[in-house]
Design a protein around this ligand. Structure first.
Ligand SMILES: Cc1cc2nc3c(=O)[nH]c(=O)nc-3n(C[C@H](O)[C@H](O)[C@H](O)COP(=O)(O)OP(=O)(O)OC[C@H]3O[C@@H](n4cnc5c(N)ncnc54)[C@H](O)[C@@H]3O)c2cc1C
Ligand code: FES
Length: 234
């Protein structure tokens, strides 16, 4: 484990914060860190850039992180896990805080000249963080406060998105959203070019404890957290 100091904090909403470190972590989009706020449990968090994590408060540790201040120290292990596969024509589909690893991927692909369409779903417009930073963006909100009223799968059907037109499709978000996308991709026969970032409960992060194992025996922390659609069943 090593320590990083919090250099800057961006509070997007009351419950979502991006924490920038004082050092860059050599990493690729889709990789995650095991993060230790002193006095709390160590938890897995995706990198949202080479020097940041973006956290949504759902329990004790994430609450402590969301309220962290500049100058504080964090313990870090990693980066761990398999990253997303880069492509030139990309469809990114994010739900809620699932945008965190996909923001890193979006910026990485754009810097390399790729064409990137982002489909971003959230419960309400407040949770659409970074929405002004995506050039080509379709929005869905559950409450209809911005964009299409409904979920991302309904939006994709309504907009008749041609999945064959993309080299790769990248997804991260809540389980029901990933399941809906998985069913859609299966029906459209595009599971092999889809990549899903999974957020199973983790303890060790390095393949030893067994707490993140999928039904097919793959470990999310080592063989994932990014999986090809054809490798998994959702
Ligand atoms: C590879 C990976 C990358 C992740 N990246 C991010 C990220 O970039 N930003 C972010 O905010 N969160 C991310 N998560 C989820 C994050 O790790 C959990 O929200 C965190 O562990 C909860 O810790 P807690 O102590 O605050 O809450 P706890 O008290 O442990 O749990 C509070 C609630 O959250 C649920 N929960 C706990 N762990 C998870 C989990 N892994 N996935 C979904 N629900 C969970 C619990 O069931 C409970 O209902 C990621 C998880 C994984 C495995
Ligand atoms: S978290 Fe321990 S095996 Fe994956």
């Amino acid at each position: 484990m090593f320590s990083v100091r919090v250099e800057r904090v961006v509070r997007h909403t009351k419950s979502i914060t991006t924490i920038f470190f004082d050092s860059v972590i050599p990493s690729y989009p889709g990789q995650f860190l095991m993060v230790n706020v002193f006095g709390y449990e160590e938890i897995p968090l995706s990198l949202s850039s080479p020097n940041s994590i973006t956290v949504k408060a759902v329990g004790e540790t994430t609450n402590a992180l969301v309220n962290i201040n500049r100058g504080e120290l964090l313990g870090i292990r990693g980066p761990f896990g398999k990253p997303f596969t880069p492509s030139n024509k990309a469809l990114i589909i994010a739900g809620g805080i699932g945008i965190a690893p996909l923001k890193f991927l979006h910026d990485y692909l754009m810097e390399r000249g790729a064409e990137v369409l982002v489909i971003f779903g959230a419960r309400t417009s407040e949770e659409l963080i970074w929405k002004d930073e995506f050039e080509d963006l379709l929005i869905a909100t559950d409450d209809g406060s911005e964009g299409f009223k409904g979920n991302v799968v309904e939006l994709m059907k309504a907009e008749n998105i041609d999945l064959d037109g993309f080299e790769r499709i990248y997804c991260c978000g809540p389980k029901p959203m990933l399941k809906g996308l998985y069913e859609l991709f299966k029906a459209e026969n595009v599971l092999d070019k889809a990549e899903f970032s999974l957020e199973n409960y983790m303890r060790c992060g390095i393949g030893l404890c067994g707490s993140c194992v999928l039904e097919n025996g793959l470990r999310v922390c080592v063989e994932g957290a990014v999986f090809r659609g054809s490798e998994i069943v959702l």
